[in-house]
Design a protein around this ligand. Structure first.
Ligand code: C5P
Length: 202
């Protein structure tokens, strides 16, 4: 099972995080939410640190920046994520994580296309922007963040456009990725389908 990699890409609130965590727990794989890398750089960038300097410092430290889930951090993350030098600084860390013994799940935007093009399983998880914004809105309301649905939808759409439109490692499915549309699918059914797919490739 050494070096068995599951690459899971998709836009914000598509369900890829939930699927990744469930799959990692099911198979005993390590899990890396690569969005946290860009969010950690974003927190530093909002504090005035240069994004490349923040990325280089990050891979030499642990990932415990505060407030990584806040909407302003998500927007800044997609800005710093468009910088090729920031992305380049984070590549080796992600690739070594993917090859660790015992298997790994990485989720993000460019895992199947750029970080792990040889991954044994590649998924592209999607859902309509409205459904994704509803999920994010419920999540934010649940944690006491004052917000409204229209604002969350606009944020999701702005981030989608930036992530899909950038020149370096844009968000798109790898040619050999299996697409999972969670718009009308219960998350447990999506997880079961993905577990079955991975079983068939092991
Ligand atoms: O997944 P999450 O919403 O935490 O990602 C935050 C931002 O980080 C994304 O909008 C995207 O711009 C960037 N990102 C990326 N490549 C990845 C993971 C995240 O560009 N592999």
């Amino acid at each position: 099972m050494d070096g068995f990699t599951v690459a899971i890409d998709g836009p914000a609130a598509s369900g890829k995080g939930t699927i990744s965590r469930a799959v990692a727990a099911h198979f005993g794989f390590a899990h890396l939410d690569t969005g946290l890398l860009y969010r950690a750089v974003a927190v530093k960038s909002l504090e005035g640190v240069g994004p490349l300097q923040a990325a280089l410092a990050l891979i030499a430290s642990d990932l415990h920046a505060e407030g990584l889930r806040m909407p302003a951090v998500a927007q800044e993350a997609s800005r710093v994520a468009a910088m090729p030098d920031v992305r380049a600084a984070l590549v080796d860390f992600q690739r070594s994580f993917a090859l660790r013994a015992g298997g790994a799940v990485l989720d993000g935007r460019d895992i199947g296309t750029v970080i792990c093009p040889a991954a044994q399983v590649k998924l592209f998880v999607t859902a309509s922007a409205e459904v994704r914004a509803q999920r994010r809105f419920a999540e934010l309301s649940g944690t006491g963040h004052a917000t409204n649905f229209e604002e969350v939808l606009a944020d999701v759409q702005a981030r989608d456009a930036r992530d899909m439109g950038r020149a370096d490692a844009p968000l798109r499915p790898a040619e050999d990725a299996v697409e999972v549309d969670t718009t009308e699918m219960a998350i447990d059914d999506a997880v079961a389908a993905v577990v079955a797919l991975i079983e068939s490739k092991r």
